[in-house]
Design a binder for this molecule. Structure first.
Ligand code: NAD
Length: 256
């Protein structure tokens, strides 16, 4: 029997076939899960729909996480079509380009709010609506973070602060939802060339730095994040909750 046979997963955060959420989707699909997808806006629908349909997905919905009505609609549809939900993948982040290149000290109030809303609060917005659908099903929620939450990474700026809030949210959500058997974890991935990464100034030097300094002396592949998500969202991770699991070739352990 496949690891996720009979499981139903809602995936938030596919923009294209380089998205980390897509690598996770491929891993879940290979292990038998049925998947629902959301996309943020019409332009991305053109990319997401063919990918989703290509792996047999029948639920593909718009969802800008800053709009409560769109979030509500997604969970109402999941309830109506599936009756319940086993897995939620949150792979969403956004900050204004200038806030990922100017000094952090220059972050505007509006830029700070936007990054926090899209990149941190959205996990809470999704989790609070997913939870009622996950009861009695050993639900699992997984989000994506980066070590810019723990240490200063030049140019990561307000996103590092948002990721710190996201990781704290993982722990508080794990505490709140644990009694219902729902687990909440984060994967702290090493740098990967994606659409979101293209917004970070001098991203190339992050890749070089990791390949040079990480214990494994290389960068990671998106499929390696997919495999870890599979562990966290399947029975293999049944006692793991509130964790931030690093999938970064070991880079985060280095002091010098
Ligand atoms: P990506 O651009 O493929 O995915 C980011 C997603 O966020 C996109 O699908 C985009 O549509 C979505 N998004 C942005 N604003 C949104 C909104 N208002 N409503 C709904 N969706 C919205 O890039 P990715 O690198 O796959 O990013 C996925 C997650 O992984 C992010 O949380 C990112 O911070 C995290 N991450 C990325 C890296 C990396 O190096 N690429 C490393 C660690 C963590």
């Amino acid at each position: 029997m496949k690891l996720l046979e009979g499981k139903r997963a809602a995936i938030f955060g596919v923009a294209n076939d380089r998205s980390i959420a897509w690598a996770i989707s491929e891993a879940f699909h290979a292990e038998g899960a049925e998947l629902a997808f959301t996309y943020a806006g019409e332009i991305l629908e053109k990319r997401v729909r063919p990918l989703a349909e290509g792996i047999g997905s029948k639920i593909i919905l718009p969802c800008d996480v800053t709009k409560d009505e769109e979030v509500e609609k997604v969970f109402a549809t999941l309830k109506q079509k599936w009756g319940g939900l086993d897995i939620l993948v949150h792979a969403i982040a956004f900050a204004n380009k200038e806030d990922l290149s100017n000094p952090y000290a220059q972050t505007s109030r509006a830029g700070f709010h936007l990054a926090m809303d899209v990149s941190a609060y959205s996990l809470v917005a999704l989790a609070q609506r997913a939870a009622p659908l996950m009861e009695e099903r050993n639900g699992s929620i997984v989000t994506l973070t980066y070590m810019g939450s723990e240490k200063v990474i030049p140019n990561y700026n307000v996103m590092g602060v948002a990721k710190a809030a996201l990781e704290a949210s993982v722990r508080y959500l794990a505490h709140d939802l644990g009694p219902k058997g729902i687990r909440v974890n984060a994967i702290s991935a090493g740098p990967l060339r994606t659409l979101a990464a293209a917004g970070i100034s001098d991203f190339k030097s992050m890749l070089h730095h990791v390949a040079e300094r990480a214990p494994l002396k290389r960068n990671i592949g998106a499929e390696e994040v997919g495999k870890t998500a599979l562990y966290l969202c399947s029975d293999w991770g049944s006692a793991v909750t509130g964790e931030v699991v690093h999938v970064d070739a070991g880079y985060n352990i280095m002091g010098m």
